[in-house]
Design a protein around this ligand. Structure first.
Ligand SMILES: *Cc1c(COP(=O)(O)O)cnc(C)c1O
Length: 400
């Protein structure tokens, strides 16, 4: 038996988690500063985070009038966005089956129905032709998802939305930073784009999200509905120089504001978003090179010249792979390596399947991807040796 730390005894290596945030001293100091100053809920840091976020996406140059609205999750942001564009009972919202349930559940909050559609296997993103085929007189909005951080086919989606008079709310939970046709996701011609800062996303505030729009009416509605339907900002109310106790409730709003404690993290995470992306892109490229000769389909690449955020590294087993997906995940786990599946498609989830009587054969590309797919660890703190360790385990189970 070799020494316990030798690579020949991989089970003795420390566990390599599937995801891990990178929180630095700047984030910690900013949170402590927030705590010391006493304004812990939505206030100056949330506002600064919003301004920095709009500037990060390109500011006034890339997107005149772009406003960023901080919320306590992307799910909250998607709910606010669909509410603001007017989704309600009797409407239909089209989204991809190959996503997390948040992309779809928000339509149900508003009493609308969800039409799930299949993906393009080349991108794993929603198939524009499948969207067009699912449009009915009740269709109100499309929610494309930039799967894994590779942009969906937004040119086609925005064109068909215009042709049919539909709203577009991008679920950009994976897409910071991502570009489509050279433009940052968040600055395209959609109605609203929503980012996530959940613990395992490309930057994190623990829980948090950002809704961005260039439409002042949508921004105003989302701000009111973010905080109880109050027609002015809580922060303004308590910091104005004149007595300002008066406010009006204009709608039954929600409680979706981001705290300054969370925004303190976000301000510094955002500054490192490109550095984090580049680190993930290097690991992704290293995986690509190490795994190229195995019976695997490597992750979809971005369109030429575009930026992929590399939030998730998604592999699919080839039809001739010697073992199945579950065995690969077990082998990785036995070697002390975390992995995941993106996604168990919504058409396979009991709620969605039963609610809309969905059948796997109606989503052949998503179903096939699901059965063969697994995702490898990918985060900024990974080292080249970590990636080699993962690739060696895959080579062990997949090479013939
Ligand atoms: C994480 C995620 C969400 C939800 O984000 P939260 O900030 O946790 O609400 C929505 N859509 C997709 C595709 C996601 O991966």
């Amino acid at each position: 038996m070799s020494s316990p730390t030798a690579p020949s005894d991989p089970a003795a290596l420390p566990f390599l988690p599937f995801a891990l945030p990178e929180i630095g001293e700047d984030e910690i100091a900013e949170v402590v500063d927030t705590l010391r100053h006493g304004w812990v809920t939505t206030g100056p840091k949330a506002r600064r985070f919003e301004q920095d976020f709009a500037a990060f996406l390109g500011g006034a140059d890339a997107a005149p009038g772009l406003e960023a609205i901080a919320v306590n999750s992307a799910t909250a942001g998607l709910h606010l966005a669909l509410e603001a564009v007017g989704v309600g009972p009797g409407d239909e919202v089209i989204t991809t089956t190959h996503t997390f349930t948040a992309s779809a559940e928000v339509a149900r909050y508003l009493g609308a129905d969800v039409r799930l559609v299949d993906i393009d296997p080349a991108t794993l993103c929603i198939d524009p032709a499948a969207i067009e085929a699912a449009i009915t007189p009740r269709t109100k909005a499309i929610v494309p998802v930039h799967f894994a951080g590779r942009a969906a086919e937004m040119g086609e989606i925005l064109a068909l939305a215009r042709r049919h008079g539909l709203k577009v709310v991008e679920d950009a939970a994976h897409a910071l930073p991502t570009t489509h046709a050279g433009q940052m996701i968040g600055t395209l011609a959609s109605d609203v784009t929503v980012f996530s800062f959940y613990a395992n996303k490309t930057i994190t505030t623990g829980e948090g999200g950002m809704a961005v729009t260039r439409d002042p009416a949508l921004a105003a509605r989302m701000k009111v509905m973010r905080l109880h339907g109050i027609n002015r900002d809580a922060f303004d109310r308590f910091t104005a120089k004149v007595p300002s106790w008066y406010y009006e409730i204009v709608a039954p709003g929600f409680k979706y504001n981001l705290t300054d404690i969370a925004a303190a993290l976000g301000i510094h995470q955002l500054r490192r978003a490109r550095e984090f992306r580049d680190a993930r892109a290097r690991i992704a490229a290293q995986y690509d090179a190490l795994l190229a000769d195995l019976p695997l389909t490597l992750p979809p690449q971005p369109a030429a010249g575009d930026l992929h955020s590399w939030h998730i590294y998604v592999l699919r087993l080839a039809d001739n792979a010697p073992v199945g997906r579950d065995a690969v995940i077990e082998a990785l786990f036995a070697a002390g390596i975390g992995s995941s599946v993106h996604y168990i498609p919504l058409h396979q989830q009991p709620y969605w399947r039963e609610r809309y009587q969905l059948r796997a054969e109606d989503f052949p590309h998503s179903q096939k991807a699901y059965e063969a797919t697994f995702s490898l660890p990918l985060y900024s703190r990974m080292t080249p040796a970590d990636a080699e360790r993962v690739a060696a385990v895959l080579r062990g189970v997949l090479a013939r």
